[in-house]
Design a protein around this ligand. Structure first.
Ligand code: CMC
Length: 389
């Protein structure tokens, strides 16, 4: 592969070049705003701290889809629609139970989400209404997919969703086969709220780019799941847990400070740290840090939390880099008994609210996404016949 060294290129000729599209604004949005200097995150007007303290995930979904909070009637209607739509079509369930049990849960979620498109009947004749209905379907069914695969791969019976209860409650019920307590439901609900929306990250960009070709919402969300899966994006929460579990292999001699320094010395990235936009503590990481601390105290298993704090301190001292949302969410999910390779799926189950909100916004005010690439290859080479190459 050619080395992409741009040293000899006159960049004045290409004023718009920006690797990784850093700082480039390609869309306007009412869905969220991030102030990377202040460490502030706003969803459709509301500060994340306000939402974390007061909202439910269903209210956040409505907020992102409609740019305002629902009244009681609207909230009840949304909850009822989510409840009605949670069951998966039988062929999707058949796929989940018959696929490779060793498959990555995010890969299964991506495939099953794509399959959902085959089972939608759209007959309202109103594209916007159909899109809104698809958004509810996706938010309702993605948790069912995740829980179903988590059980199927262990040879357990798949648990059908209940006819009532929140997204958080149903997910934990379908995952564990028993109704969760109110604290576990609250923790899960808060995690869903904190991951719902986050500006023009890679997966949201993907969902909008697909929407911009006038493709359907299921294609857009399938692509977004693929983008989220990578360890530089949503896959980081699983990678954080794997890092902590690596330390836990020999807990008596584990030294998180030396472990971190060693990784940094060998130019390895520490997962769950750093961010393109935040240059200070991610506000979601602050909230999750508090949750991680209290959960570890409640369960009496404080070691992983203490190691996390030691890693955080070392990263600040050595690199002046703060944690992002994925760092403490790992120990929070682990404390409530969720298997590490499901963490990114939970991120997706929540972020689908933001992705679909962006889809609706893009569809409403569309222009094809079509950036340029700087060609650094040769031109007009002479053709050599195959036998002479
Ligand atoms: N560990 C060690 N060094 C880091 C880290 C890290 N986690 N993150 C950034 N750096 C260093 C990096 O090595 C580079 O140093 P230098 O200038 O000396 O080469 C500098 O900070 C800038 O990093 P970058 O990778 O060029 O920054 P970016 O804006 O392209 O990448 C990032 C942002 C999130 C991909 C990166 O910080 C990273 O790889 N973090 C670890 C993976 C992670 O936690 N991802 C989740 C992101 S937040 C949740 C989400 O949106 O999905």
């Amino acid at each position: 592969m050619a080395e992409h060294n741009l040293d000899n290129i006159d960049l004045n000729e290409y004023p718009y070049i920006n690797r990784g599209l850093e700082g480039i604004v390609g869309f306007s949005t009412t869905k969220s705003s991030i102030d990377g200097q202040k460490g502030e995150l706003i969803y459709a007007g509301y500060n994340i701290d306000t939402l974390a303290e007061n909202a439910t995930f269903e209210e956040v979904c409505f907020l992102l889809w409609n740019d305002r909070l629902p009244n009681q009637k609207e909230l009840d209607e949304l909850k009822s629609k989510l409840t009605q739509k949670r069951e998966l079509p039988q062929p999707v369930l058949d796929y989940i139970s018959s696929t490779n049990k060793e498959a990555e849960p995010m890969a299964v979620l991506r495939t099953a989400t794509s399959m959902l498109a085959d089972f939608q009947s759209r007959n309202t004749g109103d594209k916007n209404k159909d899109n809104q209905s698809d958004a509810i379907t996706l938010a309702a069914q993605m948790p069912t997919i995740v829980a179903a695969f988590a059980r199927a791969r262990q040879g357990k019976e798949i648990v059908s969703p209940l006819k009532d209860g929140s997204t958080a409650f149903n997910f934990l019920y379908m995952l564990n086969g028993e109704k969760p307590g109110s604290e576990a439901e609250k923790t899960m609900d808060l995690c869903l709220i904190l991951h719902a929306e986050h500006g023009m990250n890679a997966s949201t960009f993907t969902s909008r780019a697909i929407c911009s070709t006038e493709s359907d919402m299921f294609s857009s969300i399938t692509g977004a799941i693929g983008a989220l899966k990578g360890p530089l994006h949503g896959g980081a929460n699983t990678a954080v847990m794997n890092m902590l579990l690596e330390l836990d292999k020999d807990p008596d001699t584990a030294d998180p400070v030396e472990f971190t320094k060693k990784k940094l010395a060998s130019k390895e990235k520490i997962m769950g740290f750093g961010h393109r936009v935040y240059k200070t503590f991610d506000p979601r990481a602050r909230l999750l840090r508090g949750m991680s601390k209290s959960l570890s105290e409640e369960t009496g298993h404080t070691t992983l939390y203490e190691w996390s704090e030691a890693i955080l301190k070392t990263m600040k001292e050595e690199k002046d880099i703060d944690p992002n949302v994925d760092f403490f969410s790992a120990t929070v999910y682990y404390s409530i008994g969720i298997e590490p390779d499901l963490f990114t799926c939970i991120f997706a189950m929540s972020r689908v609210s933001g992705w679909t909100a962006h889809y609706l916004e893009q569809a409403d005010n569309n222009r094809l996404v079509r950036p340029r690439a700087l060609y650094i290859g040769e031109k007009n080479l002479e053709w050599t016949p195959v036998e002479k190459r």
